[in-house]
Design a protein around this ligand. Structure first.
Ligand code: PGA
Length: 245
């Protein structure tokens, strides 16, 4: 399904409703969550939805897609900090996993993380943002489609973009859920907002399926929802978008 929303706020509400529906259908769902600018409205909208007291979260398992290597979890650059700020502190106690940023052995931490996901049967629902280089999670261009959770080296463009709000460089290594792990999700929701994502979305959805554009693998997924805002949709080739809908 390809859905165009009025703006990033509306997109966030739609995404939050997808989480709520999933949890009402299957309260012990395993749900993968992204970080970045794009999903913030989704977290805000989900926190609002929770106030009705009708969405069961107690039995759900939430897993973050990725985390930097080498920070402390109280570092504002860490995704643990981000999740606490936008989601966990507002929603109360839930089952939530994120790779340890300060793990002594990051490779082992990646293996453990994959093991935890596998033990629960994989993701029922996986939300993704997309990098302007086509990364999903921190699977940068060139990552094999067969990858599971691993330690990834980040592209200079990703480091530059993600460092913007901190005034210093984010680490160049991260632990990320792999492409195979993502592709084994029952339902995937890809979210993109703003004109800067149009170009990579055209390549992702209508270009060649290639490891040079990691997100292009999503063309092979049988249950993919794409949520974009109007700004982003403007740059998506209309005939392509029509044929995709
Ligand atoms: P963004 O990041 O939402 O901040 O654009 C997306 C991503 O890198 O996955």
């Amino acid at each position: 399904m390809f859905k165009i929303e009025e703006d990033s706020q509306k997109l966030g509400q739609t995404a939050a409703v997808i989480i709520a529906r999933q949890l009402i259908k299957k309260p012990n769902s395993v749900i993968a969550l992204p970080t970045g600018v794009t999903p913030i409205p989704m977290y805000n909208a989900f926190v609002e939805l929770m106030k009705y007291g009708i969405v069961p979260v107690e039995d759900a398992h939430f897993f973050n897609l990725d985390e930097y290597v080498g920070l402390t979890k109280n570092d504002p650059m860490s995704f643990a900090y981000y999740m606490d700020k936008h989601f966990l502190s507002k929603i109360g106690v839930i089952k939530h996993e994120i790779p340890l940023t300060n793990a002594k052995d990051p490779e082992k931490e990646a293996q453990n993380y994959e093991g935890k996901i596998k033990a629960l049967g994989g993701f029922d629902l996986c939300f993704l943002g997309i990098g302007i280089d086509g990364h999903i999670g921190f699977n940068e261009p060139g990552t094999p489609f067969s990858s599971i959770t691993h330690v990834a080296k980040l592209q200079p463009s990703t480091i530059k973009r993600n460092s913007k709000e901190f005034g210093k460089e984010v680490p160049n290594l991260a632990i990320t859920v792999g492409i195979k792990t993502i592709m084994h999700s029952h339902h995937i929701v890809l979210m993109a907002t703003g004109t800067e994502k149009s170009d990579i979305l055209n390549k992702t959805l209508f270009g060649e399926v290639t490891t040079s554009v990691p997100a292009s693998v999503l063309q092979l997924h049988p249950n993919l929802t794409i949520l974009v805002d109007k700004e982003c949709a403007k740059g998506i080739t209309t005939t392509n978008a029509r044929s995709f809908r």
